[in-house]
Ligand binder design. Structure first.
Ligand SMILES: *[C@@H]1O[C@H](CO)[C@@H](O)[C@H](O)[C@H]1NC(C)=O
Ligand SMILES: *[C@@H]1O[C@H](CO)[C@@H](O)[C@H](O)[C@H]1NC(C)=O
Length: 478
């Protein structure tokens, strides 16, 4: 065996090499079409004015494409998947898997991919190359350093996902969860040996404060009624909208005590907030959403801030435009296996219209189940005026959970990194953790990449300030 195999291998290799060579000679058009167009810089190693390629090989997702959520209609969710960069668990099939969901509603998770937690970020090409205005640069704060990372363009109709009809776009969180569940199941089926036993964490920010609990809750319910179990281990929500009726009531105080409005303005804003709350209690959802938007518009007018996502910023988050332009490039689309006819919708208007009535509906009851049966991380950038620290604390303290008193009484510890640098504050009790991230706004990982990475790793591995003596959360057994 040992002596014959290498000889055989050598012969086989030579044979294959010759065949490939002949094939290339026979089909030069195929070859030219496939390779150089996908790797524009690979062929021009010398004397190029721009030494950077549009899409370096290392920046490619491990897998990307579509997960069908309805085989009758063909609607499908676009995904990109990045395997863990390094192995810290015995093998990949035991390495946790994170799923990221963007907010909006209707914004693409590729924002998360290319300007927040993904391994490569879109940046301007400083070589001013007309043909390649953007480059990809490694993100040292990537969340796939030691975990697998899956981005889903959710709901259908957003990003590169395909909605066969407008009517099929979800109008409530149950329908969102139904599609996500099918997509996640489909993803696991792509390689069930590799994926099915991995601990799953659902993470997201902003309006995903609705989606994350919705899919988490749905998985727990499905696990109860079938023997096909998804290994949900936890959910994480950054600057999330979870319980709007409570959260809409916090804008006036938050802005007032941040020194952004005066007492008279606070009273005026409170009147509008109370109206939004009243309408929500009456379940007049459309009117309640309108009223909430009025509160936010008022906040924008009164403060004159360039963005309510971060009151310390002089300009809005401009990288969203770079990511949008980058993803409109046909070459990029081909590299990512995007359907040719699909046009990138950075934040889909159609999706936000479909979910308009959902806006003021609470998913707090779903978090109440999740905190009992999985781990929950809430984190907020301290400068956010949309769904920030005070906004989150307001609904968290009303959680129906037997441990909530102990959580609220637990010590909030100062979190330092790299020696003495203040990174924020961590409060944790059993399954619930809350993190305030210093010098960050609504998009925490975009503002504090390394600290956000330390946070998610600490939370999942239960190290540092997340070490939890009371922890009693063995993952769901499959
Ligand atoms: C798929 O689409 C068909 C036709 O619109 C619909 O009847 C069915 O309920 C959908 N299935 C799912 C899982 O949404
Ligand atoms: C989405 O793209 C449109 C068109 O390019 C742009 O006007 C809008 O600002 C973009 N939205 C975000 C969040 O970047």
């Amino acid at each position: 065996m040992e002596s014959t195999t290498p000889k055989l291998l050598l012969k086989l290799t030579i044979l294959i090499s010759i065949s490939v060579f002949i094939l290339i000679q026979l089909f030069p058009i195929f070859y030219l079409h496939q390779v150089p167009s996908l790797w524009p810089q690979a062929t021009s190693k010398f004397g190029s004015s721009s030494p950077v390629s549009l899409f370096p090989k290392q920046a490619l997702p491990t897998k990307s494409g579509y997960l069908t959520v309805n085989s009758t209609t063909g609607s499908s969710i676009f995904y990109t998947f990045y395997e863990a960069q390094s192995l810290t668990f015995p093998d990949l099939s035991q390495t946790p898997l994170l799923i990221w969901l963007q907010g909006g509603p209707g914004c693409s998770s590729l924002f998360g991919n290319f300007m927040e937690i993904g391994p490569w970020h879109v940046n301007l090409n400083h070589h001013h190359d007309h043909k390649h205005p953007f480059v990809l640069e490694p993100n040292p704060g990537s969340w796939n350093r030691i975990f697998g990372l899956l981005f889903l363009d959710n709901p259908i109709g957003s990003g590169f996902s395909i909605a066969s009809s407008t009517e099929e776009i979800p109008t409530d969180q149950f329908s969102v969860a139904k599609h996500l569940y099918i997509a996640i199941t489909e993803f696991i089926k792509l390689d069930s040996t590799l994926f099915s036993s991995r601990l799953l964490y659902i993470v997201g920010e902003s309006y995903a404060g609705k989606y994350v609990p919705a899919i988490g809750y749905y998985i727990l319910k499905k696990n109860d009624e079938s023997n096909h179990v998804i290994n949900l281990a936890g959910v994480a929500i950054g600057n999330g909208l979870v319980d709007p009726e409570t959260q809409v009531g916090t804008h006036a105080d938050n802005a007032y005590f941040s020194g952004l409005i005066n007492e008279k303005q606070r009273s005026e804003m409170e009147r509008y907030q109370n109206e939004a709350i009243r309408l929500a209690k009456l379940k007049r959802w459309r009117d309640a959403t309108n009223a909430r938007h009025q509160v936010v518009d008022m906040l924008r007018d009164m403060t004159g801030l360039p963005t309510l996502f971060d009151y310390s910023k002089k300009t809005p988050y401009h990288k969203t435009q770079w990511v949008t332009d980058f993803l409109h490039d046909e070459k990029v689309k081909r590299i990512l296996s995007v359907e040719e006819s699909a046009v990138f919708r950075n934040c889909s208007h159609v999706v936000s219209v479909a979910l308009y009535e959902d806006n003021m509906k609470s998913v707090k009851y779903m978090v109440e189940l999740l905190v009992k049966r999985s781990k929950v991380l809430l984190y907020q950038g301290q400068f956010d005026l949309w769904d920030g620290v005070f906004s989150t604390e307001a609904w968290v303290k009303t959680l129906e959970w037997e441990e909530i008193g102990k959580f609220l009484a637990a010590e909030r510890r100062v979190w330092r990194v790299r020696g003495d640098e203040l990174a924020g504050y961590v409060q944790t009790w059993e399954s619930l953790s809350n993190v305030v991230v210093s010098r960050a706004g609504h998009l925490v990982p975009a503002d504090q990449p390394l600290n956000s990475q330390a946070m998610i790793e600490g939370w999942i591995l239960e190290t540092g300030l997340f070490r939890n003596e009371q922890s009693s959360f063995p993952p769901v057994q499959s």
